[in-house]
Design a binder for this molecule. Structure first.
Ligand SMILES: O=P(O)(O)OC[C@H]1O[C@](O)(CO)[C@@H](O)[C@@H]1O
Length: 547
């Protein structure tokens, strides 16, 4: 791969610094006044999603400079590299082929991988249909009617989000997710379930993740205690993994193992057999629609010029806000209860991908990379952290995600939800000046002195950048498009920051020290050479066990 050109080496870097300096004192509302076409000129549509990015501190000139930055980083060429299997994951010498998982046909040269994908899709369809047709029976002859997915990180967050977001499309199979090694997670989930009618899907790309193996082992005990034996565990366990040997050693026969591949990163894997629990929950045809929605976004991403390319625009905005206005965080606000777990999913997607401090060539970077991502479903967040969004000292660029219709049938209440989302987006931009605040207080009957002293507390600066993504409704298709949009935005930001968005070496040290600490807790190691703070905490833990 070509030497990584750092963001600050790109010719437009300085030009954009000058653009940002010029806009420092500008107001977003003012940009609307000087550009009557702004609302439509700063809107783009793809795969059923509309991105309105007019409420950013970005004029037409600075947008043109940003688009030049994208060209200098060769985003269009990199998009093609991604889908054609160029080994972009340079530290692990692999391509990142998540787009192949939702493709309808194989790009040239990827025929054998695509054939493995289509065979696995067939096997997913088989399991999904067999379970939904109530043909799978447990060890005691009971029909399997419940699925528990045991996995963590990418083997949990994607399927958990999709199953929750598509609750209006769910069939009769109950679906649960267990991720945390805290035994409370597994225990509280299994407490109300019947082992005889439960299927456990052990989802682990590596089949080495401690949390997942601990939960899978405890779940196996639960089944054995119900009268199952090792020979008929096949009625109760599926495994999704690249490590078929480890799955077999655990007791999952080959026919019950669906493959993963090293060319799919965990956080990009919901489209693979990792999504089997979703396919079971909503049925195969709908899962296929989910893949089709993502594939439509893939085509848009590869074929569309950057000025109208949703992932590229969103990525350029991310860089604009982070690297030219110092935004260290990004808030995601789905105005849809079912999308409540989207921020969790996006945290792994964006922060595990782009939370890097060296370039893909290993050179230290002199600019910030991925912002801290957080958020929650509207309107609940309004009664919690929106105070800080409106009046705090930090710049928190926001994404509002607003489905325009609801599956609930409660159109009136949904109208309130939409009104809140639109209002918050507007309020962040327009704010409220001190005179207006004072006027409103006088209007409420306060004296002039009271109004003067309270007005600064009601005033808000506005000018807080935000995007609004609208969709007709959350369907398998639009959800697929939305997740693919964020995947490609993350990829583009990785290219702009010149990092490798497909590795995650930063998680290793904690795992290694975790093994050493566990050995100290179990007594398998007595080496007391850790730092004094950790040694004191270890002693405190031992004392608590002895008490
Ligand atoms: O699917 P696995 O191999 O159990 O890994 C789970 C998660 O752990 C990580 O490797 C981080 O520790 C993630 O990247 C991954 O999604």
């Amino acid at each position: 791969m070509a030497h990584a050109l750092r963001l600050s080496d790109l010719p437009s870097w300085r030009e954009l610094q000058a653009c940002a300096a010029k806009l420092q004192d500008a107001s977003i509302s003012g940009l609307f006044h000087s550009d009557p076409q702004r609302a439509s000129a700063f809107t783009a549509t793809a795969a059923g999603l509309t991105l309105d990015y007019s409420k950013h501190l970005l004029c037409r000139d600075s947008r043109a400079a940003l688009l030049r930055l994208g060209q200098q980083a060769q985003l269009q060429a990199r998009a093609r590299d991604l889908v054609t299997g160029v080994p972009l994951n340079n530290t692990e010498s692999r391509p990142a082929l998540h787009t192949l998982l939702r493709a309808e046909r194989a790009p040239a040269g990827l025929e054998s991988q695509f054939s493995a994908v289509t065979k696995t899709r067939e096997r997913m369809r088989h399991w999904s249909e067999q379970i939904n047709n109530r043909e799978l029976k447990g060890h005691s002859g009971k029909v399997i009617d419940t699925v528990v997915n045991i996995g963590i990180g990418g083997s949990d967050l994607g399927p958990r989000l999709v199953t929750g977001a598509l609750s209006a499309f769910r069939g009769r199979i109950a679906t649960h997710y267990v991720a945390n090694v805290d035994p409370a997670d597994l225990h509280s989930t299994l407490a109300s379930l019947d082992p005889g009618s439960t299927l456990l899907i052990i989802c682990s790309k590596s089949f080495r993740t401690e949390e997942t193996l601990a939960n899978a082992t405890a779940a196996r005990e639960w089944l054995l205690a119900d009268g199952a034996d090792m020979a008929n565990l096949e009625n109760h366990f599926l495994a999704i993994t690249t490590n078929l040997d480890a799955a077999a050693a655990f007791g999952v026969p080959a026919d019950n193992c669906l493959p993963m591949w090293d060319w799919v990163g965990g956080r990009y894997s919901v489209w693979s057999a990792v999504g089997l629990s979703c396919a079971i929950a909503v049925g195969w045809d709908r899962f296929n629609d989910f893949l089709a929605g993502a594939a439509e976004m893939d085509t848009h991403f590869v074929d569309t010029t950057s000025a109208f390319n949703l992932p590229m625009l969103m990525s350029l905005l991310e860089v604009w806000n982070c690297n030219f206005f110092g935004a260290g965080n990004h808030v995601v606000l789905p105005y849809d209860h079912g999308l409540g777990r989207l921020p969790d999913f996006l945290q792994q997607l964006t922060m595990e991908s782009n939370g890097k401090r060296v370039s893909r060539d290993g050179e230290e970077l002199d600019y910030d990379t991925a912002p801290v991502l957080w958020g929650s479903a509207g309107t609940t967040g309004q009664h919690s952290f929106h105070q800080l969004l409106h009046q705090g000292t930090r710049l928190c660029p926001a994404d509002f995600i607003i489905p325009l219709t609801t599956h609930t049938g409660a159109a009136g209440q949904h109208r309130m939800l939409v009104a809140n989302g639109l209002a918050q987006s507007r309020a962040l931009m327009v704010g409220r000046g001190i005179d207006e605040a004072r006027e409103s207080l006088l209007h409420r009957g306060l004296t002039a002195t009271e109004a003067d002293s309270l007005a600064p507390h009601l005033a808000m600066p506005g000018n807080r950048p935000n995007s609004v993504i609208t969709l007709t409704s959350v369907t398998p298709h639009s959800l697929g498009a939305l997740l693919a949009l964020y995947e490609h935005r993350t990829f583009c930001s990785g290219q702009l920051w010149a990092v490798n968005p497909f590795d995650q070496w930063g998680v290793e040290l904690g795992k290694e020290i975790g093994t050493e600490v566990l050995a100290r807790l179990t007594g398998d190691s007595s080496d007391g050479s850790m730092d004094p703070a950790t040694e004191r905490l270890l002693a405190q833990w031992h004392a608590a066990q002895d008490a």
